[in-house]
Write a protein that binds this ligand. Structure first.
Ligand code: FAD
Length: 543
């Protein structure tokens, strides 16, 4: 992230001045899933809300997750029944409010002869998991014998295999689910800005009353007043608490790395595997032509801005995957992409990082700063509800009713999604002259906003062309990201509005044209386009 000075007003003009003239009920710091969810909830309760994010929305942990909305089978081992119960309930709600982004996914847990968890233990855990979901899961679990399991997933190591548990959770697009919450917050009346960093807190009469901010695009300093400030900065939580004079460490951040390799699963099921060296569980998830493998869980003591995958993490994932495969395991040179994020876990003296609870906690300082730590992506909506009620109490307002469990997210207004997908795909394909497979992918990304997206091409039909030769990215998607989805850099478009940066080509072939389109639409100077491209290449040219 760089501060760019002397840009023409047109480029920098995001009406930040206008935002500074207003006085808000609540200022939410941090545009990850928690901040976005809180801003939406508060705005739906009729509060005047501002949401600010120092980078792009979801540029922190919320685009570096395993991309699962899950009950958390693993937490049963820690007897964390409340978390599993809450997560299963949230899984079912999120499938209803964002059915295009939260999609059912079957999982295999293979059990081998010397595994730390016996087939009996896994069977009992699965029964409990179904029970805690209160029959709201996609399907009940079943236990497959080794022959049946290997028939369905020939890549699995057969030697010593005792059986395989098959159960269901959901996959999701973490960056886009976060973005849809930001868009929903905006639709409900919140002001939302990315590239605006809180550098200090304003106080009056001993109470926090707003924040000093830096516009990361032009370096200007501004102030925003609010009656309550919410710190939803995830792994940066302690840094923002320090601005409030509170130096106590509330977090124990742990680093989680993922790698993407050419597809190793033959079937459509994700694999939930046990690492031999430390008995940890990790996933191998099919992702088009690739497999996503992760994650690690390692205590992290550096600055939250510095996190990145280490060679040790990558080696761990490759070698632990290899012991479960019958086929030749992926090599280091085959790793297409890797990424790492920090879990903002609550401070805890557990010996093992993976043993730290995933529950959340809300802190309220003497000056009234409300901070939220811990939690998992899956439970963000419930956490937002709790924070929103706390904010209302502080404002002396009745909290009213939470609406986020029943109002669809912006792309989620599809009715029964499978029917919507089946009916709309051929109609739109015919209308726009696009292949049905392309339209289907667009619906899975934009849900019911597909019409808004395609309407952009009514005036400029050339936008329906791929942005670069043979690219799967249509120019209209980049245009929509800029016009509607607040993208400000090529990385915003290639890594978070779409996930090309995690694919084999890493978005490098699309970079120049995306930069040109962005430069033209934001009226950015030519040297800015060059800076975007160099920064992107430096970050994404190596796996
Ligand atoms: P973040 O997403 O990090 O958001 C905080 C934001 O605050 C950042 O964008 C940051 O830029 C911004 N910020 C910081 N300081 C400032 C400032 N001064 N001014 C303005 N903005 C600021 N959970 C699941 O349910 N399912 C999973 O599959 C899953 N997998 C995971 C895998 C890994 C490797 C990790 C690390 C976590 C995973 N989690 C998962 C947990 C989940 O991803 C996190 O709990 C969640 O994303 C945290 O969101 P957040 O909004 O609190 O933090």
């Amino acid at each position: 992230m760089s501060i760019v000075k002397n840009l023409p007003a047109t480029f920098a003009n995001r009406d930040i001045e206008g935002m500074c003239r207003r006085r808000y009920d609540a200022l939410v710091i941090g545009g990850g899933i928690n901040g976005a969810g809180i801003a939406r909830d508060l705005a739906l309760r009729g509060l005047r809300v501002a949401l600010v994010e120092k980078g792009d929305f979801a540029s922190g942990t919320s685009s570096a997750s395993t991309k699962l909305i899950h009950g958390g089978v693993r937490y049963l081992e820690h007897l964390d029944f409340h978390l599993v119960f809450e997560s299963c309930r949230e899984r079912s709600i999120l499938q209803k409010i964002a059915p295009h982004l939260v999609r059912p996914l079957p999982f295999f847990i293979p059990v081998y002869r010397d595994d730390p968890r016996s087939l009996l233990t896994i069977r009992a855990g699965m029964a409990l998991y179904d029970l805690l979901a209160l029959l709201r899961n996609t399907r009940h679990h079943s236990i497959l014998n080794p022959a049946e399991a290997v028939r369905r997933e020939p890549a699995l190591q057969q030697e010593g295999l005792k059986g395989v548990a098959l159960y269901w959770d959901c996959r999701m697009d973490d960056a886009r689910l976060c973005l849809e919450n930001v868009l929903a917050a905006r639709e409900a009346g919140a002001e939302t800005r990315n590239y605006l960093q809180v550098t200090g807190l304003l106080a009056s009469g001993g109470l926090t009353r707003g924040a000093r901010l830096r516009d990361m695009e032009n370096g200007e300093e501004v102030e925003i007043e609010a009656r309550v400030v919410v710190n939803a900065t995830g792994p940066w939580l302690d840094e923002v608490c320090a601005l409030d004079g509170d130096e106590e460490k509330k977090l124990r951040p742990t680093r989680g790395t993922h790698i993407l390799v050419p597809r190793i699963n033959c079937g459509e099921e994700a694999l939930y595997l046990t690492a031999g060296r430390d008995d940890r569980l990790f996933f191998v998830i099919p992702r088009g032509p690739l497999s996503l493998i992760g994650t690690t869980d390692v205590d992290f003591r550096g600055g939250a801005d510095e996190v990145g995958p280490t060679e040790e993490d990558v080696g761990y994932l490759l070698s632990e995957t290899a012991r479960h495969l019958r086929r030749e395991p992926p090599k280091r040179s085959e790793v297409v992409a890797s990424f790492a994020g920090l879990r903002p876990l609550l401070s805890d003296s557990s010996a093992k990082a993976s043993g730290v609870s995933r529950e959340h906690r809300i802190f309220e300082s003497g000056s009234g700063l409300i901070s939220v730590g811990g939690g998992k992506y899956t439970t963000y909506r419930a956490v937002a509800d709790e924070v929103a009620r706390r904010v209302c109490r502080r404002l002396g307002k009745s909290p009213g009713r939470c609406l986020t469990h029943r109002l669809p997210l912006p792309g989620g207004a599809t009715g029964r999604f499978e029917t919507y997908l089946r009916r709309r795909t051929p109609v739109l394909a015919e209308r726009c002259g696009l292949p049905e497979t392309t339209v289907e992918s667009l619906i899975l990304r934009y849900g019911s906003r597909i019409d808004q997206l395609l309407a952009l091409a009514d005036a400029e039909p050339e936008l329906l062309q791929p942005i670069a030769e043979k690219s799967t990215l249509l120019a209209v998607e980049a245009a929509y990201a800029i016009e509607v989805e607040m993208a400000r850099t090529p990385e915003d478009i290639l890594r978070r509005r779409t996930a090309l940066a995690l694919g084999a080509g890493r978005g490098v072939a699309e970079l120049e044209n995306v930069s040109t389109l962005l430069g033209r639409r934001l009226r950015a100077p030519a040297d800015r386009c060059q800076q975007w491209q160099s920064a992107y290449r430096a970050r994404y040219s190596t796996p």
